[in-house]
Ligand binder design. Structure first.
Ligand code: G3I
Length: 346
């Protein structure tokens, strides 16, 4: 990042943080969605059918604040094909109908992953050809059902070992081999050639070995003509200091240089660490992390969307970390104001 760009980003960051604390709630009637749409940007959240089944306020708040939604669990293998060849799409269909009714883009999540996998796949004792056929059938049944409705998919999720030491051991790697990754993208592309197909993983912005392993994987896929179009950085941050904007921007621009669309796909940042600091200080660190990540995305042309992993803390997969932009009363936290100001002023 050039010095001029960095300084302008830094100045904008200071302005954002100042205004995040001193902008009265009534001063900005805008929502995140209005601010993002005004700059042709996608601001998203994980959404859960099971949470909003009978909760119109949740449905309305999610749609008021976001123009992009990722079904948190409804499209995972265990939800859509719990038994071999027996597909169940009710919850996923409700999510798609909801998103369409609210004019929200849908980020499908996720087709091939070592978690959210039914036991019949995990313990199936299949031959290589059998598992390839099973994976193809699953991917193409799900993707073709939502062709033209789900614009983008996390095709393969977390295929790299936790800390970046090569590929993660999972049933697909053991039985099919590393080619399972390319095959998954090929199958998804055949089912919907217009869908934007992502590889999705976590912590590559802070772990150099994982970053280089991911870069090599994606570079190889792109060079081989595999139809991978994007990379999702989950960014679940457990940090007691603010991760520098430049750290985020470096990882995003590195991946953008591969010609891939880059997205922040599951952002949340712990608001309870360090215990040694006051709640206000912890909330300010959280607000700065959200602003740094979003500012980095907005500073990299290839970064097209910023999705947070839930509407409010009680809905987080880890609620004790209070990692989201709204509290248990659904009220905006400093992180919300920080994101809104960044969208309006960066
Ligand atoms: O739907 C069943 C319900 O019928 C059952 O009674 C209940 C108790 O067993 O489980 C329910 O399923 C749970 C599901 O969430 C829906 O609530 C699963 O047990 C539970 O494991 C699942 O957790 C999700 C987790 O992924 C694993 O799929 C979290 O909500 C979700 O936030 C989390 O999200 C992941 C992303 O998909 C990938 N990146 C990491 C991220 C955080 O782990």
């Amino acid at each position: 990042m050039s010095k001029v760009v960095f300084l302008s980003v830094l100045l904008s960051l200071v302005v954002n943080l100042f205004s995040a604390w001193f902008v009265p709630q009534t001063a900005s009637a805008a929502t995140l969605r209005q601010a993002a749409t005004a700059r042709n940007f996608l601001i998203g959240s994980a959404g859960s059918y099971w949470r909003f089944t009978n909760d119109a306020s949740y449905q309305n708040l999610l749609a008021n604040e976001f123009n992009l939604v990722t079904p948190e669990n409804e499209m995972k293998w265990v939800a859509t094909e719990p038994n071999q060849g027996k597909f169940t799409f009710y919850a996923a269909d409700q999510m798609v109908k909801y998103a369409q009714s609210k004019g929200m883009r849908i980020h499908g999540h996720t087709l091939v992953w070592h978690q959210g996998l039914p036991a019949w796949v995990q313990n199936g004792n299949f031959t290589r050809d059998q598992l390839i056929a099973i994976m193809k059938n699953h991917i193409q049944t799900v993707v073709s059902r939502y062709k033209g409705k789900v614009q983008e998919w996390d095709v393969v999720n977390e295929a790299i070992e936790h800390k970046g030491n090569g590929l993660r051991d999972n049933i697909f790697l053991r039985v099919i081999g590393p080619e399972y990754i390319a095959l998954a993208f090929q199958f998804a592309h055949e089912a919907d050639p217009d869908a934007i197909l992502y590889y999705n993983d976590y912590s590559t912005e802070i772990w150099p070995l994982k970053s280089s392993t991911q870069y090599s994987l994606l570079q190889g896929l792109v060079a081989s003509g595999v139809p991978v179009n994007g990379v999702g950085l989950q960014m679940h941050e457990y940090t007691d200091t603010a991760i520098p904007l430049g750290t985020y921007a470096n990882e995003l621009s590195l991946l953008g240089n591969l010609g891939l669309r880059v997205s922040i796909t599951e952002y949340d940042a712990s608001g309870i660490q360090p215990a040694s600091k006051t709640p206000d200080v912890r909330a300010s660190i959280q607000a700065q992390n959200y602003s740094n990540a979003l500012s980095a995305c907005l500073s990299v042309a290839a970064c097209k969307s910023f999705t947070t992993w839930g509407l409010a803390d009680p809905f987080s997969f880890q609620p004790t970390f209070v990692p989201l932009m709204r509290d248990a009363s659904m009220n905006p936290k400093p992180a919300y104001n920080s994101v809104l100001n960044t969208l309006q002023t960066f």
